[in-house]
Design a protein around this ligand. Structure first.
Ligand SMILES: NC(=O)c1ccc[n+]([C@@H]2O[C@H](COP(=O)([O-])OP(=O)(O)OC[C@H]3O[C@@H](n4cnc5c(N)ncnc54)[C@H](O)[C@@H]3O)[C@@H](O)[C@H]2O)c1
Length: 273
């Protein structure tokens, strides 16, 4: 029997939920999943930007909705998952993309700062996995299995100066993903779970990351930061949100039906050195 690979990568008829989707990598993931055929629910704490983005997608004929959602609030996860199933007819794909980053030396990081980063980047992903699995597993309100993708980072793989809280959070996302993957596979839920590890990507957060080095007086200018960081990337340049979004289309699709608990590095070769 020949396999129709175009069909294998298509997301027609699927419903995706993307957190932190009002801008940056999340917005591009929503564009990519919808261009591959999925209906998309975009959520974020940035309401105006999110509403505008969903309208932009709808004006292109895409089935898209926006809901204001703070990923650290469990009741909002219950509401968001229920609303996605009700408005778009199911839930097959979850992208836990919402995240925050702040650099500081470990000696200067307050417990509140540390806990805030862990809360959004780890508890937010935990809650997303919990409520998506409940909905996607057999007997759940969506009930067709599915694919969950969690945004980790190269900072979930290696330590970086003054990035302790963020490193801890993204390392936790990496292993939480593997645990969810194994549990979902062994319980025969039909749900896969994988992590994606971007390198330096050109977004608000990417720019802010370079600015941190200046603020901490590690370099003089953001150009110095950029020059230093580029030396650690074999390809020698930034990644774009599209590079992450393309990996998400693959992981969301049936082309990745035997892929779970994996980590996809989209980093210009950073982790290979
Ligand atoms: N840009 C990079 O270089 C880079 C590298 C590695 C990993 N990442 C990860 O990719 C993801 C997206 O990053 P980005 O570069 O697009 O950042 P960004 O700051 O441009 O976008 C993040 C989005 O998450 C939203 N968000 C923040 N806290 C939230 C909360 N509590 N509830 C709901 N939404 C919330 C923000 O409002 C924003 O729209 C993050 O998880 C980030 O850690 C980014």
């Amino acid at each position: 029997m020949t396999t129709d690979y175009r069909k294998l990568f298509a997301l027609d008829g699927k419903v995706a939920l993307v957190t932190g989707g009002s801008r940056g990598i999340g917005a591009e993931i929503a564009r990519a999943l919808s261009s591959a055929g999925a209906a998309v629910m975009v959520t974020d704490i940035l309401e105006k930007e999110g509403q505008g983005f969903a309208e932009e997608l709808r004006s292109q004929g895409i089935r898209a909705e926006f809901l204001k959602q703070d990923v650290v609030v469990e009741s909002q996860w219950e509401e968001t998952v229920a609303a996605t199933v009700k408005k778009l007819g199911g839930l097959d794909i979850l992208v836990n993309n919402a995240g925050i980053e702040k650099m500081n030396f470990i000696t200067e990081t307050t417990l509140e700062e540390f806990q805030k980063i862990l809360d959004v980047n780890v508890s937010g992903v935990f809650l997303g996995c919990k409520h998506a699995v409940r909905a996607m597993r057999p007997g759940g309100i969506a009930g067709n299995g599915g694919s969950i993708m969690n945004l980790s980072s190269i900072a979930g793989l290696v330590g970086i100066i003054a990035l302790g809280a963020y490193n801890a959070s993204k390392g936790a996302v990496r292993l939480l993903t593997k645990s969810v993957a194994v549990e979902c596979a062994q319980l025969k839920t039909g749900i896969r779970c994988n992590s994606v590890h971007p390198g330096l990507i050109k977004t608000n957060m990417g720019d802010h990351f370079l600015q941190n080095f200046v603020d901490l007086k590690l370099v003089k200018t953001t150009q110095d930061s950029e020059d230093a960081f580029m030396k650690s990337i074999p390809m020698g340049h930034w990644g774009q949100p599209q590079d992450i979004a393309a990996a998400m289309v693959y992981l969301a699709s049936d082309a990745a039906r035997y892929v779970t608990g994996a980590e996809i590095h989209v980093d210009g070769g950073f982790f290979a050195t």
